[in-house]
Write a protein that binds this ligand. Sequence first.
Ligand SMILES: Nc1ncnc2c1ncn2[C@@H]1O[C@H](COP(=O)(O)OP(=O)(O)O)[C@@H](O)[C@H]1O
Ligand SMILES: [Mg+2]
Length: 268
Amino acid sequence: MNESPNKESAIRHPPSASGSSAIAEVAVAFHHVSLHIQGKALVEDLNFTIRRGETLVLLGRSGSGKTTTLKLINRLLEPTDGKVVVEETATTAWHAITLRRRIGYVIQETGLFPHFTVERNVALVPTLEGWPVARTGARVQELLALVGLDPSVFARRFPQELSGGQRQRVGVARALAADPPLLLMDEPFGALDPLTRAELQNEFAALSKRLNKTIVFVTHDIREAFKLASRIGLFQDGRLVELCEPAAFRRSTHQEAQAFLATLNDES
Ligand SMILES: Nc1ncnc2c1ncn2[C@@H]1O[C@H](COP(=O)(O)OP(=O)(O)O)[C@@H](O)[C@H]1O
Ligand SMILES: [Mg+2]
């Protein structure tokens, strides 16, 4: 795997410190990161780390800066202040394509190519990486089975021949295809009916424990956060206002946390 940073941009940031075991446990670090567009702060002074192997759930109401934060990790956006460090290298020093191939990305509307079969969609990154055809084929079979889709039934179908839940499963399989160490998921189950959503949440909770990956999962649903999170980060108006384990989050006295916690009692 080529991890050498793009030379042109590498000079903009000093190399990060390395060598301590604490750093080896950090997958992603935000160092006082802000992003301002036309005078408006999308995120403001984000300063936190994401630990290797954890499932960090970013919770917040619509417009609070969750998606922006994910896009800062895979360099779809760049900070206007501070820096985001992925595997000890600032995102701006990574070659963007190399970085993104190490990061699986699942979004609500999956972004599957409609004119590609399920199998071609899942094979996308391995194919771009030049894997041998047989290895790619075996990987596709393995992944479809992993996400609960029988390859003999689904491999040759097109996305429009699937239900919403099945498409999201394909999206997850595709994100995992090249075995990236980091997975970003932006409200991946948000558009599904409640029963399918609960089913996928439960399956994904079990799967994520086996995968041993660093996962950053965005949601506005506190129940989903409690189901999946090893830690919960709460966003409000572009700021990270709380970051702790679920048990501590239940006891949080922050007013935005309390507002979310109150919704747990709204429905049965
Ligand atoms: N390209 C952009 N230009 C200007 N404002 C944006 C842009 N993208 C998002 N925003 C604004 O930034 C804020 C944070 O957006 P976002 O990160 O998408 O929130 P969330 O994912 O939590 O709903 C919102 O107020 C949104 O309207
Ligand atoms: Mg969003």
